[in-house]
Design a protein around this ligand. Structure first.
Ligand SMILES: CC(=O)SCCNC(=O)CCNC(=O)[C@H](O)C(C)(C)COP(=O)(O)OP(=O)(O)OC[C@H]1O[C@@H](n2cnc3c(N)ncnc32)[C@H](O)[C@@H]1OP(=O)(O)O
Ligand SMILES: O=C([O-])CC(=O)C(=O)O
Length: 495
């Protein structure tokens, strides 16, 4: 499976060194993430500079008026290394599919050999950043490093505590992340004066600190917005504690109060449910992390970072983009859509309605000028493989597949809606995207507060844009500044 040729021949030797012989050899075993990165920088830099020098005046595409006025769809104008999206096949991370990543990326040290256990988002971040598969020991150490750096500074907690619980969770998240720029090592070093070649090291440190703090931010927002009554009744100030012997996703679940140990276990999980929920967080976060560079949250992070705004400010911009209903917020819209449809079609019942009734309902939405959330995509033209992976998570667990009517609605919709959307004839892609299934799985495990889902997306999305931000600074990419033109100029140039 790994003998496939590497997409970018200039990077072939780097990536091949990861996968050579039995394809699980680790070129830099024993090193931590930063040292691993340092060892691969020269080769990647050389490849980048070679392409820049030799091909800078070559044309790689044309720009039509339709693209200029139509959301820049299909314009090849962004450099992004860690993932590439094929319209028919879906996302590949360093040329590997989701199924391949599920096989080779390390899992939690506590669940080695467990078939239902999912690989860690930390493993994915390591892989995205370096193109190399970390060893189990490297990931264990990286999880530990993230846990060691997880605590929020007092001022950030205070800011979050001062926000009204009516403020959208995504707004709270972007405020908390941009406030952390108070401690940006990059911003401080820049102010003092550092050489351009050294920028990336400070950006790297900020990125790791930021990723480390996302579980605590997510937990604080959840408890402040929705769970103050529980905290009061239990006479405590936290839904859950950090466990430094556990991974990043486990700690997200714990901070949400949703683990059997280390937290209030607010939904009374059994051991299996607790384990399954943590694995859902791992799967969700690993898969939603990177979707090449042009999506709104990644592009926004990259753009703001190009002005040398530090990683906190840059990713806060990404979070604000993720909070749009056509992008990440679709996760919340889907759950509202599914729960309303269920209520309208079967009330309190626990059996699916007929396909005809669902089709009729979908037409009523479309005829009222609304979109079907979770369907369509700016680039994809086939079902999203990330949706398939989320669906398989539910199908592998009888408590979800057989007993959860909301999940059954999601599954059924994925079979029925493409036909309706095709007949409707507007969308270029009538198939489910990633948001179509993920929220309802969180709903299953007890997160019923729909406005909250995109915060977990916000934890995940840090992996892709922030890995690229480090490379942006390693490679010295310039400030981004495309040319804009007015209608008269467009008309003139088109003649
Ligand atoms: C993580 C993510 O961001 S995944 C995407 C999450 N977003 C959603 O699920 C929201 C629903 N989907 C959509 O709104 C769109 O499909 C988008 C935003 C994802 C992509 O937008 P585009 O690239 O402009 O899609 P496309 O070119 O197919 O749109 C053509 C027309 O079909 C319509 N259309 C697209 N998707 C849908 C849909 N799910 N339901 C109804 N109509 C749709 C568009 O609104 C557009 O209509 P218009 O010509 O009247 O403006
Ligand atoms: O690629 C896109 O435009 C939207 C998307 O699916 C993502 O960002 O995950």
């Amino acid at each position: 499976m790994f003998s496939k040729s590497i997409a970018n021949p200039l990077l072939a030797s780097t990536v091949k060194s990861t996968f050579k012989s039995n394809l699980r050899t680790y070129a830099t075993a024993g090193k931590d993430l930063k040292s691993t990165l340092i060892s691969i920088i020269p080769e990647r830099k050389e490849a980048f500079l070679k392409v820049k020098k030799e091909y800078s005046d070559k044309t790689i595409g044309e720009l039509t008026v339709g693209q200029c006025l139509g959301g820049m769809r299909g314009t090849k104008s962004l450099y992004w290394e860690s993932s590439v999206l094929d319209p028919n096949e879906g996302i590949r991370f360093h040329n590997k599919t989701i199924d391949e990543c599920q096989e080779f990326l390390p899992k939690s040290k506590h669940e080695i050999g467990d078939k239902l256990s999912i690989f860690l988002p930390e493993s994915m971040f390591w892989y995205l950043l370096t193109g190399q598969v970390p060893t189990q020991e490297q990931v264990n150490a990286f999880s530990k490093e993230l846990a060691e750096k997880a605590e929020l500074p007092a001022y950030c907690e205070k800011i979050l505590d001062s926000l009204p619980s009516t403020l959208h969770p995504m707004t709270q998240m972007s405020i908390a992340i941009s406030a952390l720029n108070h401690d940006s090592l990059f911003a401080k070093a820049y102010e003092k004066g550092i050489a351009k070649a050294d920028y990336w090291e400070y950006v790297f440190d900020d990125v790791i600190n930021l990723i480390a703090k996302l579980p605590a931010i997510a937990g604080k927002i959840y408890q402040n917005t929705y769970k103050t009554d529980i905290l009061k009744s239990k006479n405590t100030s936290e839904l859950g504690q950090l466990n430094k012997d556990q991974d990043w996703s486990y700690n997200i679940a714990s901070f949400l109060g949703m683990t059997e140990k280390d937290s209030l276990n607010i939904n009374n999980f059994s051991t299996t449910e607790s384990k399954d929920f943590v694995n859902l967080v791992r799967l969700y976060c690993a898969l939603h992390g990177d979707h090449e560079g042009g999506n709104v949250s990644s592009h926004a992070t990259h753009l703001v970072g190009s002005a040398l705004s530090d990683p906190y400010l840059s990713y806060s911009a990404g979070i604000q983009g993720l909070a749009g209903p056509l992008h990440g917020l679709a996760a919340q819209e889907v759950v509202r859509f599914i729960t309303t449809m269920k209520e309208k079609l079967v009330g309190n019942g626990d059996k699916l309605p007929s396909d005809e009734k669902i089709v009729e309902y979908l037409w009523s939405i479309l005829n009222s000028g609304r979109v079907i959330p979770g369907y369509g995509h700016a680039v994809l033209r086939k079902p999203d493989p990330r949706f398939k992976a989320m669906l398989e998570f539910g199908l592998a667990r009888p408590s979800i597949a057989e007993n959860d009517i909301f999940f059954q609605f999601v599954h059924k919709l994925s079979q029925v809606a493409p036909g309706v959307l095709t007949e409707h004839g507007k969308t270029k892609n009538p198939y489910p995207n990633v948001d179509s299934g993920s929220g309802i799985l969180f709903y299953h495990y007890g997160i019923k507060e729909t406005l909250y889902f995109t915060v977990i997306f916000g934890c995940s999305r840090a992996l892709g844009p922030l890995n690229q931000l480090i490379w942006d600074r390693i490679l010295g990419l310039p400030i981004e500044r495309p040319k804009s033109i007015d209608l008269a100029t467009i008309a003139k140039l088109s003649k």
